[in-house]
Design a protein around this ligand. Structure first.
Ligand SMILES: [Fe+2]
Length: 292
């Protein structure tokens, strides 16, 4: 598409925005940021391009810049847009990186908290934000109930392994054992089928969900064993690196609690290496780095 587009064509800025996100997910952060900024220069009201640059800043731990980038352009991505909740989620992640949990919960309550008509992407964002707080030991109170309520009608669908994994987080955190059991049965059936979602479910979605379930039961050794092999292949689940990072965070916590100090230390060291300025990383990893 990019090769057939032209800077003079209307909508070229949108094409560049999509390209920027592709560059970011493939780790070419400098080119992604340059392309994303160029896209926004051509078409300022360009939520996908703004989102791509927010991803770059998230991956590089540039939370202050990320907050300013999003806040300065709020009118261009927030009102009346399908991606608005997801972009609010990104803004909240930048605040979380700075351990500004008050701001995170404020954004959650105003903009991420699922509405009755919330789509899967929005429920996933809400769930993933609360789960990160959960891992950091921050009580999200009654918020889990409405997120789990949103997922419950989908527990028997099994349409998309990425969403199903997030549904499991909500069921675990809200103590919905029945829904969690129904979801495991759904995923097990889907994993035996054919097609892209069957493969995603078989290879990542089902073991990830079982790992989350084990984590919720306090069986941290089983959670570690289920989640550790996924680090190399979780990309098959779909979603972005930033979204799938929730699996890595859960594995780190599980390994720590299971006394798997080598695993925990390796994971912690890698996080600090990738984002040395992240206060959230430090909060989650400091005690692991000091192990033994
Ligand atoms: Fe994103």
């Amino acid at each position: 598409m990019l090769a057939r587009s032209d800077p003079g064509l209307p909508g070229h800025g949108y094409v560049l925005g999509m390209h920027a996100f592709g560059l970011e997910e493939n780790g070419d952060f400098a080119a992604a940021e340059e392309t994303g900024r160029r896209a926004v220069g051509l078409i300022p009201r360009n939520p996908w391009a703004i989102h791509a640059v927010a991803h770059v800043m998230e991956m590089q731990g540039r939370s202050g810049e990320g907050i300013a980038w999003m806040r300065d352009r709020e009118a261009d991505w927030a009102p009346d847009n399908l991606l608005a909740v997801h972009n609010w989620w990104h803004l909240a992640l930048h605040h979380l990186d700075r351990c500004e949990t008050g701001a995170v919960l404020d954004i959650y309550d105003r903009h991420v908290r699922p509405r009755p008509e919330a789509i899967g992407l929005e429920l996933s964002d809400a769930t993933a934000l609360l789960w990160r707080l959960h891992l950091a030991g921050i009580d999200a109170g009654d918020r889990w109930r409405e997120v789990a309520d949103g997922w419950e009608p989908m527990a028997g669908d099994g349409y998309y392994a990425f969403n199903d994994m997030h549904a499991m987080m909500a069921f675990v955190a809200a103590g919905r054992d029945g829904a969690a059991g129904r979801l495991v049965a759904t995923l097990t059936a889907r994993a035996a089928g054919s097609g892209a979602n069957a493969a995603m479910t078989r290879e990542v979605g089902l073991p990830a969900s079982l790992g989350l379930l084990a984590f919720g039961r306090g069986d941290h050794a089983a959670a570690t064993d289920l989640l550790l092999p996924l680090t190399a292949i979780s990309r098959r689940l779909g979603g972005s690196d930033a979204q799938r990072d929730v699996l890595s965070l859960t594995l780190l916590e599980a390994a720590q609690r299971a006394g798997r100090t080598e695993v925990a230390r390796d994971l912690a060291a890698r996080r600090i290496e990738l984002k040395p300025r992240s206060r959230f990383n430090r909060l989650l990893t400091e005690k692991r780095l000091n192990l033994g």
